[in-house]
Write a new protein. Sequence first.
Length: 231
Amino acid sequence: MLELKQLKRVYASDDFSSFTAVDNVDINIMTGDFVSIIGRSGSGKSTMLNMIAGLLRPTSGKILINGADLWSMNDKDMAKIRNSKIGYVPQGLSLLSNLTILDNVRLPFYLDKRKDNGIDRAKKLLEEMRIQSLAQRYPAQLSGGEMRRVAIARALVNNPEILIADEPTADMDEETSEEVMKLFGRINSEGITILLVTHEYDITNYGNRIYKMSSGKLAEKYHLSESKTMY
């Protein structure tokens, strides 16, 4: 469902030199895969995810979602794909401080015309995340782990086909990290494809394919016939 073909991103600096953050990456991700990409900070992982999410234009190469070339689309069509096909959990804190947790979750629902207000869907997701009691609170009143769960619920509100997560367990303690990864496992078991990047090797056990990224280059380390995910 997701294919990267010779994907490349080059940054130019003021002294006319350049830096290649993502270097001719090729990968095919099938429907139902749980792909983990391990790599150190600065290896190009976040840059690659931002290109897949439609937030950063590649220097060259293609990103195909169900065969459609994402970056050859006009702005309207690309926005529709991002809103309907892709759920994105960015690195760090990304909730809007002036909105309640419930409204943060249902925010993407308003980026396209829909018949209802998304409240029931948002409440259901908060319940699945086991944080339904926080619906009327604000982000400043939540812990880091709780805010991460809200961000995951927001990414799922429009029933995406693929969930992309950038360092979803960063700055979490071991127990909270395990809870979040089990949550990703349950999401994957429901048929949603997952692409996750991390620098924590331990959490790559929750998936069926593992890649390593180094200096912008991507190489597959393991391809398991059956997922090791523990639900």
